[in-house]
Every structure is written in C-alpha cells, then in structure tokens.
Design a protein around this ligand. Sequence first.
Ligand code: ZN
Length: 332
Amino acid sequence: MDILTTLQALNTCHSPSGEEGSVAERIQALAAPFADEISTDIMGNLIVRRKGDGPRIMFAAHMDSVGGMVTYVEESGLLRFGKVGGLHPACLPATPVRFRNGTRGVIAADASADPKALKLEDLYVDIGAVDRADALSKICPGDTMVYGTSSFQTGDRLVSPYLDDRIGCVVLLMAMERLQKSSNDLYFVFTTQEEVGLRGARTAAFAVESTYAVAVDVTAVDDVPGTRHAGSSVLGKGAAVKVMDRSVLCHPMMVQMLTRSGREHGIPVQRDIIQAGGSDAGAIHQSRTGVYTGGISVPCRYIHTPQEMVDVRDVEACAALAAAFAGMPLEN
Ligand SMILES: [Zn+2]
C-alpha cells in the first residue's frame, strides 16, 4: 500500500465531520480484501472485522476532517462561515477551499481586521460570485467546505491537509495488510465526528464491546520552535505510545504492552504525552464498564492547519506496532 497515493485518494473525498460517507466508501473498498465482515452504523462508523476466537480488540481511527460551514451569504456574494472542529483563524487567510459540489474559493480576512488577533468572524470565503444571487446559485448556508491544499512528499516527510486523521486510517489499512495470523477478534473501526467531540467512537465502542482498544491518531509535537515541551513526541523517532491527552489517561497495562510489543518486534517507539487535544481513546475507555485503552500516535506538525506534516518512517512504525499488537497473545 503506497502511503502517499492512499492518502491522496482519501483526501479527494469531501468528508468533514458529519459527512463521512464518501471517505467511508473509499476505505471500505481498500479494506475489503482483508476483512471477514464489514458493517456501518447509524453514526456512519465503518466497522471492519477480522474474526478470531480470542479476546476482542477495537482499533479506531477517525475518518472525518475539520472544515468550515457557511453561515451567511453577503450582498456582495462573499461567504461567512463557522467552524466544524478546531480551526485556527490565523492559519486560514489565503487558503484555497472546496465544497462538496466542486465549487472552489479562497479564504480571506476583512481589511479592517487586526492580523495579529484574527477571529473567525473576521474571515470570509470568496468563491468568485458577483453578488448574493450568484453565490446562492452555487452554495447555501449549511454547506461545508474543506481545505483545497495538496499532498506531497519531501524527503522522509509528508505534507498534506487532513493527516489528522486520514494518516491514522492509512495506518490501520497498512496494519490489516501486514497482519499475518491472529487469534484475537479484531475490529478496525473507522470512526466519525471525532473532531466535534469523539461522537462516532462512543457508539462504535458500545456496539463492539471490546476488552482492549487502541486509538490511532496524530499527536502534537515538541520539535518546532516555541513548543515549550507541552508535548513529548518528535518527528522521525517512531510510533508514539500514548500515555495521556486531554481526553484520556491510558491504562498503564496498555502503555506497557504497546511499548513491549514495539521492543520485541524492533519497532522504534517513543512516548506521547500532550496537554491539549483529545482522541477517540477518550470516548472508548469509558464505554460500558470500561475498556483497557491505549493509543498509537503519529507525531504531526501544524495540526488542523491547511498543511500538516508527518514522517513516513513514523507512519511505517505505527502500522507495524498496530499489527504487532493485533497479533499479540492476550487474556480475556
Ligand atoms: Zn485527530
């Protein structure tokens, strides 16, 4: 499975939170050769099962991306918008965007706005409409947009929108592909609406009812200027085994087992501790009477901006670690 090609295929889908249908379809086609059963649920989660007699493990990666939703169309034809998930206003001006129906545009800021303290209300999207009627012939309030930026590789690094968390989806697909035999009952769940509060993972975890769970997502890094050690992981040092984020304190046994599993298979691992930002692990570990939950994270720079960055060697390590854990003998 070529990482960049798969990532690009997923990113051509228009799938911000709540509209994951097209990316789910694409992932389903890629997962089908490795699956015993595939189902979807009301929330739109895509649930791919590799049957086994052993304990049940749920792997989760979220399919949705952040985006914007049109709230108002100005007389001039310019669009005002709100956020779907976390957007940083300062990173948005001059970003190309696209809508589900193919309409394209660019984000700009009011000339009167203070560039040092940009708020979402200061921004608008220009789709090239000449007036409100022209804009409304293409777009209506409630329509969503995603970044129209591109994906490319430079050295060992991938630069792309929506590595959060399409790269996690790629990691799960790679893990399924490389997984040999496992007696564990494996559920690879591609979840919805993570960016607006881990909503899909909550219902999926209830349905799957697993003993163990691993959330695969990107994590903020400590290797860019000014991070002040709020996080712990760095690009190129391997799969980051989650200890905590704002939504979860991972079960110590999971941290230990994932770390050991990496060591036994010669996979580079590092620790993932972040203060801000959550993951599907946050919803899953509290499901029913509790689930032994951990996380495998891909260190990622510039999260939620139009161009995020990861290291392909970390992506490989995460896939290897997920496959190793999936094949690990576990107790029920
Ligand atoms: Zn994410």
